[in-house]
Unconditional design. Structure first.
Length: 312
């Protein structure tokens, strides 16, 4: 710790490293600086709220660059807003730091604010504490109309299952101890409003997250495992079976898995083309509960279901 850092109060740190760098969103009536922030919610919208904590040594290796930590902390929350079809508006950040290092804070703030500026999401409050383990909790807010929100419980038998982008890049990066910056699928989430019957983001692993849709919707699914869009790097780095396993089970890709009724697939194609988002058909929703994995010859595929579970 340097002499400069010890002289900075919590308030000074927050305003110096964060508030002064934040974009302003017109939906924020009052930002940080008072007891609460105030948001103006349009009449036909509801507020989507999500929160995620990242703990050093648990959710990212201790030696992760501060820029990457700042980026990821906000990205995982934006991914949840995307999965709900919400437009990002504002976020709060609660930081628990081991010490106050101006260089670290500058880089962390840069990583976070790069993304905040990209989506015009305003920092509307913060809290700073010290402890022996670093952790970052972000709570993000967005707007969506209740009739267009993308719920987990809306999947229907006959729906086609799709996933955006590619899978397994995050799992491979973790395995190789490389940095990985997921791109939250905000544009795709907005494009899916009124089209998708259900959606979720891939945070704990494709199959595990898809199971959340199946349970909430009281349906099953047949997934063609050979159709999973494997990240190019993944196919080059690993034998096929291992690559598929990583793509199906490793978390942190932050792509969207969603289901669409067959009569809306043309409209989907147009909407996804307009937002420039690649997407791939991976299966179908079935009436009976359970997840059935098939290969390209429609034969059962044996794969251990093992997504990320904090309590296992
Ligand atoms: Mg989620």
């Amino acid at each position: 710790m340097t002499d400069t850092s010890t002289k900075l109060s919590e308030f000074e740190i927050i305003s110096q490293y964060f508030v002064n760098q934040t974009p302003t969103n017109p939906a924020i009536y009052l930002g940080s600086g008072d007891d609460c922030a105030l948001m103006k919610v349009p009449n036909d919208q509801v507020v989507a709220i999500t929160t995620d904590t990242l703990i050093a040594g648990v959710h990212f290796p201790e030696n992760t660059s501060p820029e990457d930590i700042g980026y990821k902390a906000l990205a995982v929350n934006l991914s949840d807003l995307a999965a709900m079809g919400a437009t990002p508006i504002g976020f709060t950040a609660a930081l628990t730091l081991v010490d106050v290092d101006p260089q670290w804070l500058t880089a962390f703030s840069q990583g976070m604010m790069t993304l905040a500026k990209q989506y015009n999401i305003q920092l509307i409050g913060g809290d700073l504490t010290r402890s022996s383990i670093m952790s970052i909790t972000i709570t993000a807010h967005g707007f969506v109309s209740e009739s267009q929100a993308l719920y987990r419980h809306g999947a229907k038998p006959g729906d086609v299952i799709f996933v955006t982008g590619e899978l397994g890049a995050a799992g491979l990066a973790l395995r190789n101890q490389e940095s990985y910056r997921p791109q939250p699928r905000i544009a795709a989430g907005l494009a899916l409003r009124g089209l998708a019957n259900s959606a979720i983001d891939v945070s704990d692993g494709l199959l595990q997250d898809l199971q959340h849709i199946l349970v909430a919707s009281k349906v099953g699914a047949a997934v063609n495992i050979d159709s999973l869009p494997l990240a190019a790097k993944l196919s080059q780095a690993l034998p096929k079976a291992q690559a598929i396993n990583l793509a199906a089970n490793a978390g942190d890709d932050y792509e969207l898995v969603f289901t669409v009724a067959p009569n809306k697939i043309n409209a989907l194609q147009q909407a996804m083309q307009n937002c420039g988002c690649k997407y791939t058909q991976i299966g179908e929703i079935t009436p009976n509960p359970g997840l059935c994995l098939l290969d390209h010859q429609q034969q059962p595929y044996d794969l251990v279901l093992k997504g990320y579970d904090h309590f296992r």
